[in-house]
Design a protein around this ligand. Structure first.
Ligand code: AMP
Ligand code: ZN
Ligand code: FE
Ligand code: FE
Length: 281
């Protein structure tokens, strides 16, 4: 049997793991394919593909894009996106700048709460290349001794309902599905458990109408029963099934490469879907 992990972050978004580290751990876990799905950026893809080539590991270009509905974040994964697509790159540049502006706004809010010894530039510098986000800010708050852990930073300051939270983009999930499709990617709804169960079916129905092609049914902590429930929903709406660990290196220790291994047939189905789309467009 061949296995894959289709949800992995790197230092280009908010993981502590480099492509070298991700590829080494994936090979050690016996995986045949992985996808790098950084938040709102594809800057980490070329080096990860090269690293994969050097170690006989298939690295699929991916992204995890942020959308918002009722002030709640909904993440949409995009597989086999064209990382050189001019429209897509322009959109991602806009998102990168919005993320930078947002860090300045969050730092202002933190100042009002008495946290005065942390600058936006420090957080941006700490984040390095790619997309800056709340995990970077949370880590800096920890480094400066304001909180004991990243999760404390989230529940005290940075979580969606917390005093220093600033939202990023007002794109609807449907718009994001459209952006990924335009970049010739296959759009997939990430970790559906974050959505209220009573509304999930209706939500998936409307996203399927907008061009959604898959559902992430394998995810750390999902019981077999939950995975089967999601598989039922995927079948009902003609969606592919995907999954992965959502590895963030040491930034999120509960989600690590190896925790979720999905059948390689899922990758073949994604490729098939992309081919069919190419034939029809
Ligand atoms: P951002 O894209 O900047 O809004 O940050 C999103 C990241 O924050 C994702 O990787 C989430 O997993 C992470 N995140 C959201 N809520 C929490 C939390 N309560 N504890 C730790 N990480 C979180
Ligand atoms: Zn993340
Ligand atoms: Fe996510
Ligand atoms: Fe993720």
């Amino acid at each position: 049997m061949k296995y894959a992990d289709l949800h992995i972050h790197t230092i280009y978004s908010d993981s502590t793991a480099t492509a070298t580290d991700v590829v080494a751990r994936s090979v050690k876990e016996g995986l045949s394919a992985i996808s790098i799905t950084d938040h709102d950026t594809v800057e980490g893809i070329p080096s990860a593909v090269e690293e994969g080539n050097n170690h006989g590991l298939e690295v699929i270009p991916g992204i995890e894009m942020t959308s918002e509905i009722d002030n709640r974040e909904i993440h949409i994964l995009g597989y086999f996106v064209d990382i050189n697509h001019p429209f897509f790159l322009k959109k991602l540049e806009e998102l990168k700048q919005i993320r930078i502006d947002r860090i300045y706004k969050m730092i202002e809010k933190l100042k009002e709460l008495g946290i005065t010894n942390l600058s936006a530039q420090e957080v941006i510098d700490f984040s390095g290349e790619g997309a800056v986000g709340r995990v970077h800010l949370a880590t800096m708050l920890q480094k400066k001794g304001w909180v004991y852990s990243v999760s404390e930073a989230f529940y005290r300051y940075l979580g969606d309902d917390c005093p220093a939270y600033v939202s990023k983009f007002k794109f609807s999930p449907e718009e994001i599905v459209g952006i990924i499709a335009k970049a010739t990617g296959v759009p997939v709804l990430a970790h559906p458990h974050i959505y209220p169960t009573s509304e999930l079916e209706q939500f998936i129905a409307s996203l399927a109408d907008a061009g959604l092609r898959g559902l992430e049914i394998y995810y750390p902590g999902y019981s077999e029963k939950l995975t089967e429930t999601y598989r039922g929903l995927a079948d009902k709406f003609g969606l592919l099934c995907t999954g992965g660990s959502d590895d963030h290196g040491s930034a999120k220790e509960k989600s690590v490469i190896g925790k979720v291994k999905i059948p390689y047939e899922c990758v073949e189905a994604l490729k098939q879907d992309k081919c069919q789309k190419e034939n029809t467009t």
